[in-house]
Write a protein of this length. Structure first.
Lengths: 114, 113
């Protein structure tokens, strides 16, 4: 079945540092890939998405490229801010018979210190 | 525009009780999905409903059931609660049943004692 593996956290960075959170997936066919962010005490917010190979999703300075050859969708940001502190989830939506089952990774907690 | 709304925000129940959680999708969205997020884990898919019909079910026992109403709102019911049912229950809505992006609500945090 579908699965998502992302790097374990927590990740602690200083403000303005470069961020990479690794994500790899296993799925049949051509899944859509997502990054969601969850701030403390809140639900999930869609951060960015990519629906086909070589697509680059981007939002709020974050970006990720759909790499089918390496089955990866790593999240990057050039300069993190304290306000980026949250839990980040990599996810995929597979081709599961026409309904929407989104499979999530276990999440990576990011803490940015001033 | 209002996003996905869920009620209640928090709930405390005891083992063996039953609980009903509610979700209102974004206006115009016809699909609702439910997820369970245990502390420290990613969300796990429970159900998807589209046009009032169940379209998909995750690996959850029959104690979990759901329905969707004509106005596309949805209820998730859990019977015979176990301690392990303590989690954040997330509702997500989308325009259609398959390829559209899901938008999540803030969740209902259920604690079973």
């Amino acid at each position: 079945g579908d699965s998502v593996t992302q790097m374990e956290g927590p990740v602690t960075l200083s403000e303005e540092a470069f961020l990479t959170i690794n994500c790899t997936y296993t799925a049949t066919g051509y899944p859509s890939l997502f990054w969601y962010v969850q701030y403390p005490g809140e639900g999930l917010q869609l951060l960015l998405k990519a629906t086909k190979a070589d697509d680059k999703g981007s939002n709020k300075g974050f970006e990720a490229t759909y790499r089918k050859e390496t089955t990866s969708f790593h999240l990057e940001k050039g300069s993190v801010q304290v306000s980026d502190s949250a839990v980040y989830f990599c996810a995929l939506r597979g081709n599961s018979g026409g309904y929407q089952k989104v499979t999530f990774g276990t999440g990576t907690k990011l803490q940015v210190i001033p | 525009d209002a996003g996905v709304t869920q009620s209640p925000t928090h709930l405390i129940k005891t083992r063996g009780q039953q609980v009903t959680l509610r979700c209102s999708p974004i206006s115009g969205h016809k699909s609702v999905s439910w997820y369970q997020q245990v502390l420290g884990q990613g969300p796990q898919f429970i159900f998807q409903y589209y046009e009032k019909e169940e379209r998909g079910r995750g690996n959850f026992p029959d104690r979990f059931s759901a329905r969707q109403f004509p106005n596309y709102s949805s209820e998730l019911n859990v019977n015979a609660l176990l301690l392990g049912d303590s989690a954040l229950y997330l509702c997500a809505s989308s325009l259609g049943s398959a390829r559209e992006t899901q938008y999540f609500g803030p969740g209902t945090r259920l604690l079973v004692l």
